[in-house]
Design a binder for this molecule. Sequence first.
Ligand code: LLP
Length: 397
Amino acid sequence: MLELDAFGAFSKLKTPFYYYDTALLRRTADFVAAEAARYGITVHYAVKANSSGKIIREFVSRGFGADCVSGAEVLLADSCGVPAEKIFFAGVGKSDAEISDALRIGIGAFNCESLQEMEVIDDMAAGLGVKARVALRINPDVDAHTHRYITTGLSENKFGIYSHEFDRAIELLKTSERLEFVGLQFHIGSQITDIENVIRAECGKINGITEHFESRGLLVRSIDLGGGLGVDYEDPDGNPVPDFTAWFRTIGECLRRRPDQIVHVEPGRAMVAQCGTLVSRVLFVKCGKTRNFLVLDAGMNDLIRPALYGAYHKIENLSAYYERGSDVRDCAYDVVGPVCESSDVFGEHRILRRSYRGDLIAIRSAGAYGSAMSSRYNLRPPAPDVFSDEIVNFANL
Ligand code: LLP
């Protein structure tokens, strides 16, 4: 059950809202910083998972860089105090305006995803009279054993430079006066749970590819393994901090690296998923012919993961637990939102404490790709962010 110090303050807030447990966020950040230092790994937070300025600043204060996938993310990271050299910019489709902003800021590297992108960055850097640091995002053709929609490292995926293009990329880097090669970047997928086997396979490929580039005279100064560490959606209280140790240890064991090489990772989900909860109220309890529905005031516009990927998020009735502790009867509900789509379902056949109109419902592990992927569909307003260390101020508004 979501642990709350002040359910009273909580229940005064207008729903829906995203609630972030700041203590867990900090505990996770401290743990990642300590483990990364132990294994000699540099961490760049993947801003796409959650772009709250408060969250980014927590990571900045621990020395993490930022992995960005749009010009707006680059500008946000810059405005949150991420040093320019720690901002990396990935993405298969960078616009000219985005490239130009990033060149002006002087970011750490563009993670180039195609030969044509390399040529465009080269031309634009020449136009501005600057150098562009580039890493090549490589498509290593490794299966991450995760959902099809969040698998990114297979040859049928649009991401990265493919093996048949390596020699042309090497030639471009050698002949360009504006592109400064910093290294290789990989990201094979997200919500990876079989971390040891998948990372072992990824490192095996990376070792061979690094050797290929170095044997042709390009010094690979940095190796970036991307993000992907999965979280426990079934049991957020049992596993609040994901297993960064297993990830870093496997990298340490399987990646061939020289002492002068920087090794990066770009976690997003594992840094923020477990500290975030979407909090909503029951609008109506509907008894259907074959199912009972809890209709919430949060919808797929607030959290699209269940509708888009069939993703599981744990659902809890906070009012039953914190206000009516003695009423322990359980019921099966389909927990749905108000949006006019049959896919607007947070969970089917969920066993919850008996629920009533007005009850507060928690949808757990929603800190990553929750608020960040929300929309205004049906003209619904965005759910605000509420942090546990500021909740009393919010409740007094
Ligand atoms: N680096 C790159 C280049 C990426 O594309 C991503 C995520 C990451 C790092 C961070 O991956 P993470 O550590 O968060 O797995 N919306 C989906 C997830 C999409 C991930 C896209 N790329 C979801 O809700 O499951």
